[in-house]
Design a protein around this ligand. Sequence first.
Ligand code: DGL
Length: 264
Amino acid sequence: MHKVNPIGVFDSGVGGLSVLHEIRRALPAEDLLYVADSGHAPYGDKSQQFIEERSIAISQFLVSRNAKAIVVACNTATGAAIATLRSRFSVPIIAMEPAVKPATANTQSGVIGVLATSRTLVSDNFVQLFARYGGNVQIVGQACPGLVEQVEAGDLSGHKTRLLLERYIAPLLEQKVDIIVLGCTHYPFLAPLIKELAGPKVTVIDSAAAVARELCRRLEVDQLLASQARMGTECFWTSGELGNAQPLVSQLWQAEIRLSRFES
Ligand code: DGL
């Protein structure tokens, strides 16, 4: 494995771009490969076996492109497939973990909320997080069906997205949460609306920056960090409709990009 090799990143769709932004900020010299499995999103209502198969197929593709590490920029795929991926691939696999630990450390009200997909909330990883940090703090999990689809459709602030978010945030406010954890990588793109609806007394956090730091640490330990004297590049693939995905990925990445079709 060489330092000049790229880092592979994938998600069920465009949500993982919120993690890719933090990776780019933390590691400007690295080449980045991103696969959006938008043709199969959302993962949240699929079986564990389906998510494992998709995660393996995408990881195989990234490894065939010489990825020196893989970031599973999807909480749902982390919950369903991380153990399988780590047993199948020898490159470092970096996983998502909802920011429950910092939220429980910083809450003043003693109640935190977690917005995530239904599948993430019932995953072993999440149940363990709950048990580890939920001792003195009440953790209110809220499943958010439909939100991933809104982001995939590029509707970040329209009427339907607002209605869904109002419905999901109201129970958290009733329970007096003062921190909302975004436990799905699509949701940071809805953060302005979530903050508006939750009000100024509630802090909204996600774990993208922490995942980028963990990736950095791991590459450093394995002596795989790219030389700092260069500017990294990005390549994007989607299993979704190219015509729809091209403008959406450009919008969320905040730069005109060229998207290729991912077939598998
Ligand atoms: N971005 C994915 C996550 O973090 C969305 C999952 C889905 O497609 O349902 O969980």
